[in-house]
Ligand binder design. Structure first.
Ligand code: COA
Length: 170
């Protein structure tokens, strides 16, 4: 894949027509060496699901980054399920921008905690999540297909909002 490093990216909700591309990126950059779980039909289901947000970064017309977050509004908790950026586009702020998009949706919906799991040996992603403010909460033995451990991480977001005097102007 060739992406000019100065190509302008646009961000937005994923289209159903992009499900296969996202699934392929998941297989290649996230699920490598494990059974392929997030296949096109599964990603399409996430795009259709009203309590899941799938956001992409495009070097038009190609998706070069994506992230999937499930919202559990009743529990005020969200789960960052998947996130990947094409190697040629990494370290340009794409992953951070995708996360901030989802975080904003979560805050608007009253979410106060985001959780995720990542492969225990994925030092790069761990550094990325720590930079976003996540901290490790536990290690889950054999979480991935009984073969690999996961690190669970969590981040507090939002929280109670101060009452606004400006409301009186309504
Ligand atoms: C993790 C990932 C999504 C980060 O995407 P990205 O677009 O490169 O991230 P950003 O450019 O927004 O990085 C923001 C900051 O995170 C940290 N960071 C990101 N990648 C890092 C790395 N490889 N090593 C150390 N720190 C890193 C840095 O502090 C970086 O800021 P800087 O570039 O100014 O130093 C990307 O590396 C990726 O797709 N990895 C493979 C898939 C994966 O592991 N997904 C996560 C598990 S589901």
């Amino acid at each position: 894949m060739v992406v000019a490093t100065d190509q302008k990216l646009d961000f937005g909700p994923a289209r159903l027509s992009e499900a296969a591309r996202i699934a392929e990126m998941s297989r290649r950059w996230i699920e490598h060496g494990l059974p392929w779980r997030y296949r096109p039909a599964s990603i399409a289901g996430q795009i259709r699901d009203s309590e899941t947000a799938v956001v992409v970064a495009r070097a038009a017309p190609l998706v070069v980054g994506f992230a999937v977050m499930e919202f559990h509004f009743g529990a005020r908790r969200a789960h960052l399920v998947l996130m990947a950026v094409e190697p040629a586009c990494r370290r340009r702020g794409v992953g951070g921008a995708l996360f901030r998009w989802l975080e904003k949706v979560g805050r608007l919906g009253g979410i106060t905690q985001v959780r995720l799991e990542l492969r225990a040996d994925n030092e790069e992603a761990r550094a990325f999540y720590e930079r976003l403010g996540f901290h490790a909460t536990e290690r889950r033995a054999g979480y991935y297909d009984g073969r690999e451990d996961a690190i669970r991480m969590a981040l507090r977001i939002g929280g109670p909002r101060p009452a606004r005097a400006a409301c009186t102007r309504l």
